[in-house]
Design a protein around this ligand. Structure first.
Ligand code: NAD
Length: 257
């Protein structure tokens, strides 16, 4: 049985990927913030879905030593880390001249630098075992920009560069490295932006969804966490062994414009 670490999996996309992995018979180490009782209830629910075992580690993705402990503790509790999904992420929306420096640092640390730390700890074991799957959850904003999201767009472009570089370094060791680039998914990260955007633009929350968030998403539908979970399960399979160094859009046609 394979074992996966998914950063930022107490909510949203990461939690959806965790469910898909457990259903595919992959052990999962959850990670992320939230109410302790709610996290334990989630862990226990996923653990009960099948044979795969599910743990939780609360490493803060801004702290290199806690990230090292996440990898070590997973390997001690669940077995070698075969699959690593770098998913933890935050957002802040402001014009660059008003962008708080502390927010810039946090977004770069959580959305980009944390993947450098998880990869440098997990990759040696993957190479030694001649199997590994690293999936970086980037964004359509790793491929194109939107105004007022300077730190996020920078971090997401950066993680696609990291994806390509590590794909080349790991290519002859049975390890693939790919980025998944979702368009808008209706998770807490996106829902929390809607009221502020509505206020800033003087429009209704429904209009924010249709005319702002989905403006470039040609299908006019949100991507779902289940669709992303299914793609990640595929990327862990033997069928995906020759896919590496890619940035895969799942964005309802957004980046086709
Ligand atoms: P979310 O807010 O629902 O979940 C984010 C997760 O990251 C949570 O589990 C949270 O606890 C965790 N997290 C935040 N800070 C952390 C830290 N310092 N250390 C450890 N964990 C931390 O968000 P989401 O929408 O599910 O986003 C997940 C990823 O998908 C992010 O990288 C995001 O940029 C990306 N993404 C989201 C969308 C979207 O439309 N929702 C689109 C493209 C890409």
């Amino acid at each position: 049985m394979k074992t996966a670490i998914i950063t930022g999996s107490t909510s949203g996309i990461g939690l959806g990927i965790a469910e898909a992995f457990v259903e595919a018979g992959i052990n999962v180490m959850l990670n992320g913030f939230g109410d302790a009782d709610a996290i334990e209830a989630t862990r226990a629910r996923l653990d009960g879905l099948g044979d795969a075992r599910v743990g939780y580690h609360g490493a803060d993705m801004t702290k290199a030593d806690e990230i090292a402990d996440l990898i070590a503790q997973t390997e001690a509790d669940l077995g070698p880390c075969d699959i690593l999904v770098n998913n933890a992420g935050i957002q802040h929306v402001a014009p660059v001249e008003e962008f708080p420096a502390a927010k810039w640092d946090a977004i770069i640390a959580i959305n980009m630098t944390s993947a450098f730390h998880t990869i440098r700890h997990a990759l040696p074991g993957m190479k030694a075992r001649k199997f590994g799957r690293i999936i970086n959850i980037a964004s359509a904003h790793g491929l194109v920009a939107s105004p007022y999201k300077s730190a996020y767009v920078t971090a997401k472009h950066g993680i696609i560069g990291l994806t390509k570089t590590i794909a080349l370094e790991a290519a002859e060791h049975g390890v693939t490295v790919n980025a998944v680039c979702p368009g808008y998914v209706l998770t807490p990260l996106v829902e929390s932006q809607i009221p502020d955007t509505a206020k800033a633009r003087g429009i209704s929350e429904e209009a924010v969804k249709r005319d702002v968030l989905l403006a470039a998403q040609a299908t006019k539908e949100f991507v779902t966490v289940d669709q992303l979970g299914a793609l990640c399960v595929f990327l862990t399979s033997d069928a995906a062994a020759q896919m590496t160094g890619t940035a895969l859009p799942v964005d309802g046609g957004w980046t086709a414009h």
